[in-house]
Ligand binder design. Structure first.
Ligand code: NAP
Length: 305
C-alpha cells in the first residue's frame, strides 16, 4: 500500500470511520476537528540519544506530513538531540502554521542540555516550560498542552492535582487552548478531570502492548482523544508476531501499517501519532489511513472486549 493511494482530505463522517475513505476524524475537546492520523515529532531532531538529525530532511518530513493530511502534531521542548530541537524544526518547516493545524506539546519532565531527564518540573516551574514552548514554536497560544507525569519508564502514580491546576490556570489566562495528560493511571485522569476538562490522554499503547486497554475504552466513553505513544514499538520493540504477520500478508501491507490501522479500528478515540524522521516511512505510515481491518483481523490482533 503506497501513499499515492492516499486521499489527503479527511473523511467528515463519524469518528469511528476508518479505511478506504481515510482515517476518520475526531472532535478534539468537542470543538476542533482533526484527522485521526497525526504525526509525532520526537524523531525529527535525531535520536533521543545518538546520531544528530538533519535539518533539511526533518523540515521535508514535517512539510510532507501536512501535505499528506496531518493536522495534529505532537511535540515537546524536551525533544532534542545534540544538534536539533523538534520545536525549532517544526517552526522552520511550518510557520506560518496552517490555521487548521493543531500542535500539541507537553510539559513535565525536565531534560538538561546533556540530554539527561533529571527531574519532574515543580508546579512553580510549569509556567516557564509553557512559555518556552510558546517562544520556540513562535505562537501566542499553545493549541494543547499535556501534563506528562512520571519519569520515563516509571510507574509512579503520584497526585498530579497541583501541577494540573497550574496548567488549568494558564489556560484560563489564554496561554493554552486545551489540556491533556500523559503517562497517567485511571485515577490520575479522574483527578485531572475534577480540575479542568481533559481533551486528550497520551499513554503507551499499541497492537503489541495493550495493557492500557481499560483507559483507552474509558476515553472513548468520555469523548477524550487517546494518542498512543510507541504504537509502532518506539524503535525499542520489534513490530513482529505471527498474527501481525498474517494480517499484514492478507492486506499486502507492512506491520507498521497494520499497527497504525489496528489502533484506528480499535477505538474511535484513538488518534495515531506515529513518529519518523524518514520520508519513506512517513509515506508508508500515512497510507495506513486507507487500510480497513475487518472483524477477522481484529479477532487475531485484539479488539474492545
Ligand atoms: N508522552 C510520552 O511519554 C511519549 C513518549 C514517547 C513518545 N511520545 C510521542 O509519541 C510519538 C511516537 O512515539 P515514537 O516516535 O517514540 O515511537 P513510534 O511511533 O512507536 O516508533 C517510531 C520508531 O519507529 C520507526 N518507524 C516509524 N515508521 C516506520 C516504518 N514505516 N517502517 C520502519 N520503521 C518505522 C522510527 O524510525 P525512523 O525515524 O527511521 O522511521 C522510530 O524508530 C513521538 O514522536 C512523540 O511525539 C510521547
Amino acid at each position: 500500500m503506497t501513499s499515492s493511494e492516499i486521499d489527503p482530505t479527511p473523511d467528515s463522517g463519524p469518528t469511528s470511520t476508518t479505511g478506504t475513505s481515510g482515517p476518520g476524524v475526531f472532535e478534539l475537546g468537542g470543538t476542533v476537528t482533526i484527522p485521526r492520523l497525526g504525526f509525532g515529532a520526537m524523531q525529527l531532531p535525531g535520536r533521543w540519544s545518538g546520531p544528530a538529525g538533519d535539518t533539511a530532511k526533518a523540515v521535508a518530513v514535517a512539510r510532507r506530513a501536512v501535505e499528506l493530511g496531518v493536522r495534529y502534531i505532537d511535540t515537546a521542548s524536551f525533544y532534542f538531540s545534540d544538534t536539533h530541537r523538534a520545536n525549532d524544526l517544526l517552526r522552520e518547516a511550518l510557520s506560518p502554521y496552517p490555521a487548521d493545524l493543531v500542535i500539541a506539546t507537553k510539559v513535565g519532565p525536565l531534560r538538561d542540555e546533556t540530554g539527561e531527564m533529571y527531574a519532574e518540573a515543580r508546579p512553580d516551574q510549569l509556567r516557564g516550560e509553557v512559555e518556552r514552548n510558546l517562544a520556540d514554536l513562535g505562537v501566542d497560544t499553545l493549541d494543547l498542552v499535556h501534563l506528562r507525569v512520571g519519569r520515563l519508564g516509571s510507574d509512579v502514580a503520584d497526585s498530579l492535582g497541583e501541577r494540573f491546576a497550574v496548567l488549568a490556570a494558564l489556560r484560563e489566562e489564554g496561554l493554552i487552548r486545551q489540556l491533556g495528560v500523559s503517562n497517567v493511571t485511571r485515577g490520575q485522569l479522574a483527578e485531572a478531570r475534577s480540575i479542568a476538562p481533559v481533551a486528550a490522554v497520551q499513554n503507551r499503547f499499541g497492537v503489541l502492548d495493550q495493557a492500557d486497554a481499560a483507559l483507552v475504552d474509558e476515553c472513548a466513553d468520555a469523548g477524550i482523544a487517546y494518542m498512543p505513544f510507541f504504537a509502532l514499538g518506539g524503535g525499542h520493540t520489534e513490530l513482529d508476531g505471527e498474527n501481525l504477520r498474517k494480517v499484514s500478508e492478507r492486506h499486502g501491507a507492512t506491520a507498521f501499517q497494520v499497527a497504525i490501522a489496528w489502533g484506528l479500528a480499535r477505538s474511535p478515540s484513538i488518534v495515531q501519532i506515529p513518529g519518523t524522521a524518514s520520508l519513506a516511512h512517513l509515506e508508508e505510515n500515512m497510507a495506513a489511513g486507507q487500510l480497513a481491518l475487518d472483524e477477522d483481523d481484529m479477532a487475531l490482533l485484539g479488539r474492545r472486549g
